[in-house]
Design a protein around this ligand. Structure first.
Ligand code: SF4
Ligand code: SF4
Length: 130
């Protein structure tokens, strides 16, 4: 489906949850390492709305340092990737995802982390186990 939202590495360690507040279907998830569950909220900090089980290998890469869009639930409504939502420009529609390979890779020393932005399309799909 065109317009699926992809969260990329600029979210890492920013994670202010501004996108959570504008998503009408609660499909933007955070990983809770203590409970080993992915959860979404209607508004950030207001309590769990939906949950999913994480794929252990995929969630281990960035764990709770960024948020994840469930692409099976995203309706491509466009709300979260409007310019005034994410303070660091971390969210793109899938077809407008820039190829980050011309910029510094996230972490060249770690083969699990050195990726261009297209990596995050695959991560968005693989992090959800159910
Ligand atoms: S495009 Fe809409 S439905 Fe999809 S994650 Fe963003 S706000 Fe949620
Ligand atoms: S608005 Fe941007 S930085 Fe904030 S949680 Fe969402 S993707 Fe991350």
């Amino acid at each position: 489906m065109a317009g699926l939202a992809i969260i990329t590495e600029a979210c890492i360690d920013v994670k202010d949850r501004a996108c959570v507040d504008v998503c009408p279907v609660q499909c933007i998830y955070e990983f809770d390492p203590q409970k080993n569950v992915l959860f979404s909220e209607v508004q950030a900090g207001q309590g769990v709305e939906n949950t999913h089980q994480p794929n252990p290998d995929a969630v281990a890469i960035f764990a709770d340092s960024l948020l994840y869009v469930n692409l099976d639930e995203c309706t491509s409504c466009t709300a979260c990737y409007q310019q005034d939502v994410c303070p660091v420009g971390a969210i793109y529609s899938e077809e407008h995802l820039p190829n980050g390979s011309t910029r510094t890779e996230y972490n060249k020393a770690d083969p699990n982390r050195g990726h261009d932005h297209t990596f995050f399309i695959e991560l968005s799909r693989s992090v959800f186990a159910d």
